[in-house]
Design a protein around this ligand. Structure first.
Ligand SMILES: [Zn+2]
Length: 432
């Protein structure tokens, strides 16, 4: 039984509104919005004084390593990190062991996420076992709620299969093909961005062109089939240019960028060590600058973290053997606020659009990222812009510690998170 909640003293920012309002919540829904101090509803008080109240954030690319990699993360630990990061809904990638490519596994994963402090949605693979040979049964998977299809970790190399996948999902509203866009022959054996750093370290690189090539090919297919297409963790200026052109044409194409690709470059890899290794890799300053400009003006639709925990045994080795990927879900809000809102580059309203409303729309998630109004489900985050903190991997709730932000301080932190009217984080701590 939910008790009534009242959120008082905050500035409500939901993509359309930006004003001080108190919020009354009962039975999981918003039942009242009132001028400060004028709520009629009584209930447990959540103090949002000096903070922003916004729709819960939505992270449409996380790896919670379930099934098969639970030594690095599981759905509960991943969802706890999400809640601490103000994320009320997320989309798990299907590159698990076994692969999430059939209805039974989707249902298993859903059962494990019941009661978690974040709504955990599962994507499913585009090809069986992500082997790039046979398409999954899109209709069946759609029937149990899957909206995002991706072979993430790997690209779908075959143009013919990708084309057929676009045709298969065409009549499924909100279904989308999300691509890890790196042409596989070009990046085979590649460890970091192909460039001066890879040459200096004598490491095989992953060329930037590998991304642009796939994004261009897929946009051509999306045009031909009127398909819905989303670029996962876009990392280059060239790919962004293709996405901008596709949007100008009116194609159904969207793109996300990770916090790390908006802040770090290949020059950070040596300092970060194995925590600086991911696919696609950290790129050049010109890429970072273009992606930042794209995020600010809206050419980049969303931020997503590619939250990729790896147990220290998989990560604490060398750049050559370490698994690729970085933590992100718990730190996303602080990184983006610090870099873009605190610095005056982006409004709080656009912050909400890029981290909540837009990703929810891309992934077909209905109850998150919405305008905060009477009747809607109370999925909310309260962000305190005055609370600065220093990230320590060991202090994050993830089972892994591979954060690229170790020792770095950020301005602003999630103070409270409310999931369907239930407080899951209060004063930056999990509610047990
Ligand atoms: Zn990926």
């Amino acid at each position: 039984m939910n008790t009534n909640l009242v959120i008082t003293g905050g500035r409500l920012v939901d993509g359309t509104t930006d004003k001080h309002l108190d919020i009354g919540i009962a039975d999981g829904r918003i039942v009242e919005l009132a001028q400060p101090g004028e709520l009629a509803l009584q209930g447990e008080v959540i103090d949002a004084d000096g903070a922003y109240v916004m729709p819960g954030l939505v992270d449409i690319q996380v790896h919670f390593r379930t099934p098969g990699g639970e030594e690095s993360e599981d759905i509960q630990s991943g969802a706890q990190g999400a809640a601490l990061g103000g994320v009320t809904a997320c989309v798990m990638m299907p590159n698990t062991v076994p692969t999430i490519d059939n209805v039974a596994i989707v249902e298993d994963v859903r059962a494990l996420s019941l009661g978690a402090p974040c709504d955990v949605h599962s994507s499913a693979a585009i090809t069986v076992n992500r082997e790039g040979e046979r398409l999954v049964n899109f209709k069946e998977l759609y029937g149990v709620g899957v909206r995002v299809f991706t072979d993430d970790g790997w690209v779908v190399d075959s143009e013919a299969l990708m084309r057929q996948a676009f045709l298969d999902i065409r009549d499924l509203p909100d279904a989308v093909l999300s691509q890890h866009a790196e042409e596989s022959q070009m990046v085979e054996g590649g460890l970091i961005n192909e460039g001066v750093v890879s040459r200096r370290l004598g490491l095989k690189g992953r060329p930037r062109e590998a991304e642009a090539l796939i994004v261009k090919r897929d946009i051509d297919l999306a045009r031909e089939t009127n398909g819905r297409y989303h670029v996962l963790h876009m990392s280059t200026l060239m790919a962004l240019e293709h996405v901008i052109a596709a949007k100008l044409e009116g194609l159904r194409v969207t793109a996300e960028v990770t916090p790390q690709h908006l802040v770090l470059t290949e020059d950070d890899v040596e300092r970060l060590g194995t925590s600086g290794k991911m696919n696609p890799p950290l790129r050049l300053l010109e890429d970072v600058e273009a992606l930042r400009a794209g995020l600010i003006c809206g050419d980049v639709d969303a931020v997503a973290t590619d939250h990729a925990p790896h147990h220290p045994e998989l990560k604490g080795t060398s750049l050559v053997t370490a698994a690729p990927g970085m933590l992100g879900v718990e730190t996303m809000a602080s990184v983006i606020w610090s870099e873009f809102v605190e610095t005056g580059l982006m409004s709080p309203t656009d912050f909400v659009k890029r981290l909540s409303s837009n990703p929810a729309k891309i992934a077909g998630i209905k109850d998150h990222g919405n305008q905060v109004k009477v009747g809607s489900i109370a999925n909310l985050a309260v962000f305190d812009p005055t609370q600065s903190w220093t990230v320590r991997g060991a202090d994050l709730v993830s089972k892994s510690i591979n954060t690229p932000w170790e020792g770095r301080s950020f301005a602003g932190r999630i103070r409270h998170t409310v999931l369907a009217g239930r407080p899951v984080v209060i004063d930056s701590s999990l509610v047990s």
